[in-house]
Write a protein that binds this ligand. Structure first.
Ligand code: ADP
Ligand code: MG
Length: 728
């Protein structure tokens, strides 16, 4: 029975790193398989090129004639690179990406054929939407959905397929994907932020949101991972005793990269270069076999697509290297889980990072405006932000003393805390000339030099300001970044919109100068946002108590956290900012609840299966060996035998106890599942799975892991933690 395990270990240990030859500079191959600006200039007519560029820059619709030109050129370019098929590539609410390939090939009669790709095929397709999550949006009689070309994310070639990034909506126009609301949120933040920018610079016409993600992952030998049914079916281990050596020596983080992993990384990086994903950083993470890859930040929509694409490509490249990539937030108990920090900022079309302090007092006032408004947005919507990153798998990470807690708070560092304190003292109403000068010279004017050498970093904060950007650290490693990015940009858009109204009102009604009005509004904001600011240790129990006093939410599980998505406040904010309708918001909530239930249900079944069919039979087998041993001893020693079989007899009893406990708990877990399945209200069902079914996981695991320590290693069927994490 244990042969699969030993074969896998043998295989894993016999593998050699694949040699990777990089013959060209990375800058030379960057974007080679992307229909980017450079390629478009080469392949498109001036008219078509201008059409696409103005669609990208100003959101202008592309007319059919131009679409025909673009599609024809795209086809020529793709054919020149050996491509045979095209696909609309989209991100349905399954969490994976979706593609349906069609060949360019078409017959034209008389046994002849050509390659063809019309503009309407580029612009729109109608895939059957019935098998994608829709949360009750789709009527059963109308299964059609539309995918529509998103020109702001360039088409690319992967393998022999031309992939066209698209949105995915239902026949009746509701979003069925991650991209649609993201694009709307980006538009909303552009509008609100541009309006606020005009206080400082009339030339600003557009504000874009930027995202730099940092993707953490585990690499496990493919054979080893394949020998574990739990990893195969749930992406994580449901049992397994922690190894004697884990990460306690801290010898992995930033350590030298193991050679097989290193060739995987280089191979992956080459693929990324060809696809135009600007990856730059790689390193070992904290846990054994855990790593990170991070690109240079990009416009948020593109960065989201690139991360979704990367997660897909990682899996494919890993296979070439006989690895399996684990993107689950907590594949192994007892060692660090994986996250995906989302570094976020806003930048103008005049190339000013609005979250970077400037060189003049006025540009610093602009910085403070965006800085404080972002904090205010998080303050007002902390529960919604928490809900944006919740999932069954991220539940294992948040609040488990290694990742940010489930409580949202903002870290800004000592210097900026000081600046806010000074601003709080600004006089109400009109400012005296002396006060204005003082503000300019001593408060606002002082920021740049203090901030640039601010290396003060708090790793326990879920939302930290890191010099020229905010870093949202609570995002899960397997998550689609569109979720947190949609929420963050929406709440900031809403906040900036409100801010503009308040400032304009003060200017109009109280006869204040523009900067006086801004100072006045910011002062009130500073007073109101204190609850969300926290500089201390986010892992401590003291913080939990303190946060409770402050009235901050602490939703530790997905069924609890998700509720904030459908509060009146959340529904209203999405509607007001034109990001999602009420129907869309509720549909997404139901999809996520349903997904939670299914994930826990699958894990419960898999665990029941492994514990009942793998662990218990192995324990019984070992008992039989012990029994044989004891009866042998009896033959030799007769009545005296008990003196010589003390340990064996004790072991027999202990094994029986664990077996009994496992069976009892599996039965009870199944009963809890059956009860939960009967509940019609989705909240109740999710809550039952969370609080009545899931608690059995740890209990069952406890007994299985004890048996792992007792049973002869030779017959233990499940590849052990030490082998999964350390076999090289
Ligand atoms: P670390 O957090 O590991 O120290 P950095 O903070 O330097 O690393 O960078 C992490 C990510 O943040 C990178 O993807 C980087 O491109 C991105 N980043 C840097 N500046 C910005 C910015 N202004 N807006 C968004 N992301 C940014
Ligand atoms: Mg970082």
């Amino acid at each position: 029975m244990a042969t699969l395990r030993f074969k896998a270990i043998q295989l894993a240990q016999s593998r050699k790193p694949i040699e990777i030859h990089e013959t060209k500079k990375r800058s030379e191959i960057f974007g080679e398989n992307v229909f980017n600006e450079r390629t478009m200039r080469q392949y498109l007519t001036v008219q078509a090129f201008n059409g696409v560029m103005s669609s990208i820059k100003h959101g202008k619709k592309i007319d059919r004639k131009i679409a025909d030109q673009v599609s024809s050129s795209m086809k020529d370019w793709a054919l020149s690179k050996g491509v045979t098929h095209y696909t609309h590539w989209f991100q349905p609410l399954t969490g994976a990406t979706a593609e349906k390939h069609d060949a360019f090939f078409e017959t034209i009669g008389n046994g002849m054929a050509i390659e063809k790709f019309d503009g309407d095929k580029l612009v729109q397709q109608e895939p059957d939407a019935s098998s994608f999550p829709h949360g009750g949006i789709r009527n059963t009689f109308e299964a059609r959905g539309y995918t529509a070309w998103d020109p702001t994310s360039p088409a690319y070639i992967y393998g022999t397929t031309l992939c066209i990034p698209t949105i995915f909506v239902s026949y009746t126009g509701e979003a069925l994907d991650y991209k649609t609301p993201l694009l709307k949120a980006l538009l909303a933040v552009d509008e609100s932020a541009t309006a606020v920018c005009k206080y400082f610079d009339k030339n600003v016409k557009k504000v874009s949101s930027f995202l730099g993600w940092e993707q953490e992952y585990f690499l496990i030998d493919r054979a080893l991972a394949g020998s574990r049914p739990d990893i195969n079916l749930t992406g994580r281990t449901l049992l397994g005793h922690s190894p004697a050596k884990g990460q306690q020596l801290d010898d992995h983080y930033f350590g030298s990269i193991p050679s097989r992993a290193f060739s995987f990384m280089r191979d992956l990086e080459t693929e990324c270069m060809l696809l135009g994903i600007p990856v730059k950083t790689r390193h070992n993470e904290v846990a054994p076999n855990q790593f990170e890859i991070a690109p240079i930040h990009e416009e948020a929509n593109l960065a989201v697509d690139h991360n979704a694409l990367l997660m897909d490509v990682m899996g494919k490249v890993a296979l070439r290297h006989d690895f399996k990539v684990l993107l689950h937030e907590k594949p192994f108990a007892g060692v660090n889980g994986s996250g995906k920090h989302n570094n976020w900022s806003l930048s103008t079309d005049t190339d000013v990072n609005l979250l970077s302090p400037g060189k003049t007092p006025m540009s610093n006032l602009q910085f403070l405006t965006f800085f404080i408004n972002t904090i205010k947005a998080v303050h007002n919507n902390e529960e919604l932000l928490r809900a944006a990153i919740t999932s069954a798998s991220n539940d294992h990470r948040l609040g488990s003393n290694e990742a940010p807690p489930a409580i949202m708070s903002v870290f800004i560092g000592a210097q900026l805390t000081g600046v806010l304190e000074e601003l709080e003292g600004v006089t109400k109403g009109k400012l005296s000339p002396e006060e204005k000068t003082d503000l300019k010279l001593n408060v606002v004017g002082k920021i740049p030099d203090v901030l640039l050498d601010n290396t003060d970093r708090n790793r326990t904060s879920p939302f930290a300001f890191t010099g020229n950007k905010f870093e949202f650290r609570a995002v899960g490693s397997i998550a689609n970044c569109a979720k947190p990015m949609t929420v963050l940009n929406t709440i900031v858009a809403k906040q900036l919109k409100d801010f503009k109204i308040e400032v304009d009102t003060l200017i109009a009604e109280k006869d204040l100068k523009k900067d006086e009005a801004i100072f006045n509004v910011l002062r009130e904001y500073i007073k109101s946002i204190k609850n969300i600011l926290f500089e201390g240790n986010g892992y401590g129990v003291e913080w939990e108590k303190e946060a409770k006093k402050r009235g901050l939410s602490n939703n530790k599980t997905t069924p609890e956290a998700l509720k904030a998505r459908i509060s009146k406040k959340s529904i209203d904010i999405f509607e007001e900012m034109g990001v999602m309708t009420r129907v869309e918001t509720i549909a997404r909530y139901e999809i996520d609840m349903e997904e939670y239930i299914k994930r826990v249900q699958i894990e419960s079944r898999v665990l029941g299966d492994i514990a009942g069919n793998h662990v218990v039979p192995t324990a019984v087998k070992y008992q039989n060996i012990l029994i044989e041993n004891v009866s042998g001893l009896k033959k030799i020693f007769g009545d005296e035998f008990e003196n010589h079989a003390k340990e064996q007899l004790k072991l027999l009893v202990r094994i029986s106890d664990h077996i009994e406990a496992i069976h009892m708990k599996i039965d009870a877990m199944i009963a809890a599942r059956k009860k939960a399945n009967k509940l019609t209200l989705i909240e109740k069902r999710a809550s039952d799975y969370c609080f009545k079914v899931k608690p059995f996981f740890d209990e069952i695991r406890y007994h299985c892991d004890k048996l792992e320590l007792m049973v002869d290693d030779e017959i233990w069927p499940l590849t052990k933690y030490r082998e999964l994490l350390f076999a090289r």
